[in-house]
Design a protein around this ligand. Structure first.
Ligand code: AMP
Ligand code: MN
Ligand code: MN
Ligand code: MN
Length: 280
């Protein structure tokens, strides 16, 4: 088995990360990553820059994206790995998925205004690296800067999430669309951080079955968005459903993420890594 270190999930300021793609590449390389994918939310704008930076460092690179999906009323993230970032259907699909973000951001600001947090739209914009991709993370950073909360985790615990001030429901892509766009662009579809979703056991079963039927191939097992106990839990899920296993830090920026680039333990034995046939 490959001795290379894999980090197949992280973000740059082309979506809601803090660093530009070149600096994410340099940090991954400095942390010993051998095969790296930048997976910005609903955006491919950083992929060519990521590849160029990785090549200059002698690090393997695979094209990546993390697509926002609405399934059974909740948001699920589907990572695409080894996607061709020039694929027109994928590009158009992501553009459509991003489309409502601006209006949603204004609605989030209106909701925050009602609880006395004023000017949040303009404040969040100050943190945006890509005007097409204003995210809740940018609101969270603004609210930390203004002292409403101590860190972004605290913001999400008290605001911007279901039942809390500043929550605005949103309809993203469908699961069918996301998987079809990824596969159409030559990629592998991966359910990101399954441990984060609040589905019943029955719903989880239906999600995994449907994903598999659509041609989804993998789930993230070891991710910075899972607790170490969840690494084992989702290893069992991968074995049960016959999914390939992926791993990635989900790094967003220094001091903001539980796990830094390249810091995760390797996948447990008995799993087939998503990269098993990539030639590494
Ligand atoms: P959006 O795509 O605008 O809905 O924003 C989703 C992003 O918010 C995720 O990709 C995470 O980066 C961040 N996020 C969501 N929930 C949390 C949380 N509980 N703690 C920290 N960050 C979160
Ligand atoms: Mn994010
Ligand atoms: Mn995610
Ligand atoms: Mn992510």
């Amino acid at each position: 088995m490959s001795q290379l270190k894999f980090d197949l999930h992280c973000h740059s300021n082309v979506s809601d990360g803090l660093l530009p793609p070149e600096q994410v590449a340099a940090r991954a390389h400095a942390h010993g990553v051998g095969v790296w994918a930048l997976t910005d939310h609903d955006e491919l704008g950083g992929v060519a820059r990521a590849r160029a930076a990785a090549q200059a460092l002698g690090m393997h690179h695979v094209g990546g994206v993390e697509i926002s999906v609405t399934w059974a009323g909740q948001t699920v993230h589907v990572v695409g790995l080894r996607v061709d970032e020039t694929n027109p259907a994928l590009i158009a699909g992501l553009a459509a998925t991003r489309n409502g973000r601006e209006r949603r951001a204004r609605e989030i600001a209106d909701e925050l205004d009602k609880v006395g947090i004023c000017g949040a739209y303009e404040g969040a914009l100050q943190h945006v690296g890509n005007p097409d991709l204003i995210s809740r993370t940018h609101f969270a950073r603004h609210m930390v800067e203004r002292g409403h909360c101590g860190d972004t985790k605290e913001v999400f615990a008290n605001y911007l999430t279901e039942g809390k001030p500043g929550y605005v429901p949103h309809r993203w892509a469908t699961l069918d669309e996301a998987v079809a766009w990824i596969r159409g662009a030559g990629g592998v579809a991966v359910i990101a951080h399954p441990g984060r979703y609040k589905y019943s056991p029955l719903q989880f079963g239906a999600l995994f079955d449907q994903f598999k039927q659509l041609g989804g191939a993998a789930i993230e097992v070891t991710t910075g968005s899972h607790s170490p106990e969840q690494y084992e839990e989702y290893a069992q899920v991968a074995r049960h459903y016959g999914f390939l296993a992926s791993m990635g830090s989900d790094f967003h920026g220094p001091g903001e993420s539980r796990v830094d680039l390249g810091e995760l333990p390797p996948l447990s034995r008995g799993l087939t890594p998503v990269w098993h046939d990539w030639g590494f």
